[in-house]
Design a protein. Structure first.
Length: 321
């Protein structure tokens, strides 16, 4: 173990109980058992571990809810676990999942105005989507890893700078504010929340995200909102120190995770991407009232559908200042 890591653990107190769990779920051979992974779709099995929240329809935001392609907030399945962690089971209609995934793939992976992992050696403007849409077998499909919107997170210094910024997409800000308002975590009459930066993560089936706390934002009071599409994932949530053994949660297409209060400052990770049940579950969604609903068959829709069949997208929205 590196000396600095050892020092850090000493400061935090105790041994690392996060890493063994991460390693267990990351393992390919043997694959992990999913027996202890909290799946809120199976609420009866997990009711001792999670607390159900019943939301009321938020009148002030009802119009936005509809405009954003979300189902009525009174119908959302919302639970809390680990103080401050809120999980909303897919509140999107299939149509709006398609909308957000198109935004991520066609607009947000575009440099400029945004910044992606692909731009470093390439001359901007560089649009990943323009390159891959003509050749979906291109190796480039799997090379997209992240894109930053609004204040750009600097991966080396782990800081945000006022000078390094793009516009923050208005629709994504509205989505974040609306979801937080519906859960009661943001009061629009006293605006205390502003979506200022987002990291969009693009996962291949073998991608992982190691244990970390998002500490780059000077503002650690505001909740962090995370929306996932496509393939499923095991999400680990621990505590403020690695000595706390994390819980494993199954995150599916459309699920929203909110990290507020002490969960905002807790270790978390994605040790494994799991194959989602099927394509019809992915895009033809129960929330549209009919299953297997077709999205049309433009080249764009076919690309988005194929991408979601073998990738996971995660939009991670933060208030920075
Ligand atoms: C992050 C993050 C979680 C996820 O981007 O900081 O924790 O579910 N992502 O992808
Ligand atoms: Mn994170």
């Amino acid at each position: 173990m590196a000396e600095t890591e050892q020092k850090k653990l000493k400061l935090e107190g105790g041994e690392d109980n996060f890493k063994p769990v991460f390693k267990y779920y990351k393992s390919r051979n043997p694959p992990p058992s999913l027996e202890n992974v909290i799946d809120i779709s199976d609420y009866n099995k997990w009711q001792d571990y999670v607390e159900k929240l019943t939301l009321v329809e938020n009148e002030d935001y009802a119009k936005n809810v509809q405009r954003l392609g979300l189902i009525d907030s009174s119908k959302w399945q919302v639970v809390t676990l680990n103080s401050g962690l809120v999980l909303i089971r897919n509140p999107f209609t299939a149509k709006s999942i398609n909308y957000w995934c198109s935004r991520c793939l066609k607009d947000f992976a575009c440099n400029p105005p945004f910044k992606t992992n692909l731009d470093i050696s390439l001359n901007p403007p560089y649009n990943w989507y323009d390159q891959v849409i003509t050749d979906s077998h291109s190796e480039l499909v799997n090379k997209l890893r992240w894109s930053t919107l609004g204040y750009h997170h600097d991966w080396d210094t782990k800081e945000y700078s006022l000078d390094s910024t793009s516009v923050f997409p208005e629709d994504l800000a509205l989505l974040s504010e609306t979801i937080l308002a519906c859960t009661g975590l943001f009061n629009h009459q006293k605006p205390t929340y502003k979506a200022e930066a987002a990291i969009v993560n693009f996962y291949n089936m073998d991608s992982t995200l190691g244990g970390h706390i998002d500490f780059s934002e000077p503002n650690t009071e505001s909740p962090l909102l995370s929306v996932s599409f496509g393939q499923s994932a095991i999400f680990l949530i621990g505590g403020p120190a690695k000595s706390e053994k994390p819980k494993a949660i199954l995150i599916r297409n459309g699920d929203v995770v909110i990290m507020s209060e002490s969960a905002r400052q807790s270790y978390h990770a994605v040790p494994k991407i799991l194959k989602a049940d099927s394509l019809s579950n992915l895009l033809g969604d129960v929330n549209d009232g009919e299953t297997g609903q077709k999205q049309g068959s433009s080249d764009d829709d076919v690309f988005v559908t194929n991408y979601l069949n073998s990738h996971r997208i995660n939009m991670n929205v933060r208030q920075v200042f």
